[in-house]
Design a protein around this ligand. Sequence first.
Ligand SMILES: [Zn+2]
Length: 217
Amino acid sequence: MHGATIEIPGVGPVMVVKSKRARHIRITICPDRTIRLVIPRRESLEKGREFLRSKVPWIIRNLPRAAELGEPRGGNLPDFEISESRACKVLIDRLEEMSRVHHLPYGRVSIRNQKTKWGSCSSKNNINLNINLVRLPDQLRDYVILHELVHTRFKSHGREFWAELNRVVGGDAKGLARKLRAFRLGGHEVGGRVPGAAAGPAPQVKEPILALEELFS
Ligand SMILES: [Zn+2]
C-alpha cells in the first residue's frame, strides 16, 4: 500500500497510507501541498476513497492556506536547517512510528511553531508538536514525542507517568528532561519546564498550524 496514490481532478495526487496505528481515516496537508490519506488497517480502501471524495471541497479550500503556512517567515528561525514541509513529515512519521511500536495511540497531530512549548497532549489525546523539535538531537526529539504519547495514558506527571516514560525511553527519562532544559526555544529558555507540562485541555495556541488535518467522524 505504501506509495499508492489516488489522482483527484483539480487537486492532484493524494498519497494513500495504510496505518496499523491510526484509529480514524484522516487527510493531512503539508505546506509543500503533499496530501496524505491515512486509512486504519481495519478500514477498507473504498471507505477511505469515499471519505476522500467527500472532503475534496475541504482540500481545495485548505490547499492555499497550507502553502501559505509553508512560506518562510522572515528571520524568525535564522538557523532553521530544513524546510517546514520536510520537518512536518519527519515529526509526523516519527510520532506514528513510536505510537505503533509502543502501543500508544493518539487522536490527531498538529505541528506548530510555538515559542514556549516543545509539545502538548490534549484531553482528547490530540498531540501538538513544535516544529523546532527537528533541531534537537534525535534522542531529545524522541524524548518529547514519547513524553506526549505517554500523556495519552497518564495526564499528570505522577509516578505512573514517569514509570511508563522510563519504560518507553529505555531508562533515564528525568535525565533526558534535564538535557532538554539546556536547549533554548525561540530565543527563550524553556525555563526548567517539562515539555507538555500543561497537559489537559489544549491551551489556546495562536501559532499557525503547519500541517492541516481532517478526520473521518
Ligand atoms: Zn508532560
